[in-house]
Write a new protein. Structure first.
Lengths: 176, 451
């Protein structure tokens, strides 16, 4: 480790600041919440109590992190290093972000494409991304698994799942 | 205790084809997932819980208990064969299991693990059957104040599941409680942290999509990251498995360890928050100190495997005791089971022993059946499970992801829930990365509304 910013203590410091910011936002939201007449149990009482609890421990973590950072020697091998989140340099983080983007695309395309096609695409792309290179197996697995899952939910559990352009399969299976 | 009703409940569960099938599937899924290093029983339950929605309560509970018991045993397979515990609670099995494999006794170690897991599970289930009604009977005198304290006691478990930092654990817990506040205020019907147009959030964050997101989607994202940075290694095993059950001589050697391990496991499992990972080390330590030859522990002896594996599965019965008698989950998996009960309209707790006694007895029978299914599936498939430990993660992660996302949709047939699942997945990935424990959030999402 070469910099204090790579340590877990620094990551904790950043996290505590984010938690404090979230807490302050939450308190403002709750202070502006509509009140109800003739009741002690106002809708904002419980959330404010929970946010205050979160703020107290966030401040404790903030102070703990500051103290750790002030005493830290970056050359000490016992200093805990935080995992990277640098998406420019770190290949792993880039991959994770691609998976997240694929998941968001899955949500947006779920209705128009239907589950089987949507899942087949996402499954195939992730396999390609993480180094699977047997194309035949990739195509078979990425199509077969979503299809079997759909069949299971549709026939056994009677869950109606959007199928997009493959909606005709529902009628076909229903006839069998 | 109504023994007549207990027997009729057992008969009903053991003769129902649907319950048998679901418990069998659960045990199979649990062993498969448990055998793969990095996949936990909690993740197995999170993945398969959507399948239980269309079912009646008992087949659904049978499925979940099957995964639970199967997952507990499954973890030992990779611990014994490739020195990588499949689940955290199989960590102590490595100590003697892997040395046995190195001595060419992999088959014997696996058979001891399976037999001990089965005995531990059965003893745990028996203790649960006779002890939980007594605790529930005592809890019958509880008023609203005591019930609040009970829910609060459940939340105090957070301290024991906070991992390295209690501060971070409590931050996670308060964040979870904060998340519970999203949606309509249950007393006055005022929308909190949402607009009236956001109908998907009216009831707050749905528990199951959040669970699937935090424990399955987050693991897939982290797994992809590990593969791309070269941190994910797949070890393989070529061990030949010759026996599926231990011989009588071995059983004669290990039975005291099984007995003590099962009792220790059950009682530690009954303490909310203290799960299998603690019980196995306590049982191993107790077995070692009671032995005439403690120096042999760690060199590959069946007694070491028996002590840990019986404690491991004894925990499953133990964790059910506070769940059924007090309504407080013993660990993360029983927290999911609590969610499953609530969704079926049944509130576990002392009143369940009055209004739903038949259901309670059926749950006892389902746990017994789950252990039996685990033994059968284990015996039939041990050679196959020995191969699954080296399954390619490049195939596994995409499969888990597409099943998880479908599971999130299937609960309310809502695309919004898939979005919630993905959001919790990203959140869980970041929280894990910076060592913020997720279990307190899971616990507060369930127990928060009770408070």
């Amino acid at each position: 480790m070469t910099k204090k910013t790579q340590s877990l203590a620094f990551a904790n410091l950043v996290a505590s600041v984010l938690f404090i910011a979230l807490g302050i936002w939450g308190i403002f939201q709750m202070l502006n919440l509509q009140t109800v007449k003739d009741t002690y149990a106002q809708p904002n009482v419980f959330p404010i109590a929970m946010i205050v609890g979160m703020l107290i421990f966030s401040v404790i973590l903030f102070i703990q992190s500051i103290l750790k950072l002030s005493k830290m020697d970056v050359k000490d091998p016992n200093v805990e290093q935080a995992e990277s989140i640098n998406f420019i340099k770190d290949k792993g983080v880039q991959g994770a972000l691609i998976v997240i983007a694929l998941c968001i695309a899955f949500v947006l395309l779920f209705r128009p494409l239907g589950y089987v096609l949507d899942a087949a695409i996402i499954g195939f792309v992730i396999m390609a991304l993480i180094g699977k290179r047997n194309w035949v197996v990739m195509v078979i697995v990425s199509i077969l698994i979503p299809f079997v899952m759909w069949l299971l939910f549709f026939k056994l559990l009677s869950v109606n799942i959007p199928m997009g352009p493959l909606t005709f399969l529902k009628d076909l299976i229903a006839r069998i | 205790m109504d023994f007549g009703m207990l027997l009729s409940s057992y008969a009903e569960v053991f003769t129902s084809l649907q319950v048998l099938l679901m418990t069998f599937i659960g045990a199979l899924g649990g062993i498969l997932l448990g055998a793969i290093p990095g996949m936990t029983a909690t993740m197995g339950v999170a993945l398969l819980v959507p399948f239980s929605f269309g079912m009646d309560l008992i087949p659904a509970i049978g499925l979940l208990l099957g995964i639970y018991c199967g997952g507990m045993y499954g973890g030992s397979i990779s611990a014994i064969l490739i020195h990588a515990p499949g689940t955290p609670s199989a960590a102590a099995t490595v100590l003697d299991g892997y040395p046995m494999t190195k001595k060419g006794e992999a088959g014997r170690a696996l058979s001891v693990a399976m037999f001990s897991s089965f005995c531990g599970g059965i003893i745990g289930a028996l203790i649960m059957t006779f002890l939980s009604p007594l605790i529930a009977d005592m809890a019958m005198n509880f008023g609203p104040g005591e019930m609040f304290m009970l829910a609060f006691f459940g939340l105090s478990v957070i301290i024991s599941i906070s991992g390295k930092s209690i501060t971070k654990g409590l931050m996670s817990a308060f964040l979870g409680m904060f998340m519970c506040c999203v949606g309509l205020d249950p007393t006055n019907g005022i929308p909190r942290f949402m607009t009236v147009k956001q109908t998907g959030l009216l009831d707050g964050f749905q528990f199951i999509p959040a669970l699937i997101g935090m424990f399955a989607v987050a693991e897939v994202i982290a797994g992809v990251e590990r593969i791309l940075t070269g941190k994910e290694h797949t070890a393989s095993s070529n061990e030949k498995i010759t026996s599926v059950l231990p011989d009588l001589k071995t059983i004669g050697m290990i039975w005291p360890n099984i007995l003590s391990g099962s009792i220790i496991g059950t009682f530690i499992g009954a303490i909310p928050g203290a799960g299998g990972d603690i019980a196995v080390f306590v049982s191993y330590g107790a077995s070692k100190s009671a032995s005439r030859h403690p120096e042999l522990y760690g060199t590959g002896i069946p007694q070491g495997v028996a002590a840990t594996e019986s404690a491991n599965n004894g925990c499953s019965g133990g964790a059910m005791i506070p769940l059924l008698s007090l309504g407080v989950p013993g660990d993360a998996v029983t927290a999911v089971l609590l969610g499953a009960f609530i969704m079926k309209g049944i509130q576990p707790g002392p009143m369940m022993y009055v209004s739903e006694l038949h259901t309670v007895y059926k749950v006892f029978a389902a746990l017994m059946l789950a252990n039996l299914c685990m033994l059968i599936v284990g015996c039939l498939g041990v050679r196959f499970f020995a191969k699954i430990v080296s399954v390619e993660k490049t195939m596994l992660y995409p499969i888990i992801l597409v099943i998880s996302l479908l599971g999130a949709f299937s609960i309310n047939k809502s695309v919004f829930d898939i979005g919630v699942c993905v959001a919790f997945g990203v959140f869980g990935w970041l929280m894990n990365k910076y060592e913020f424990p997720l279990s307190p959030i899971l616990l507060t999402l369930i127990l928060g509304p009770m408070c």
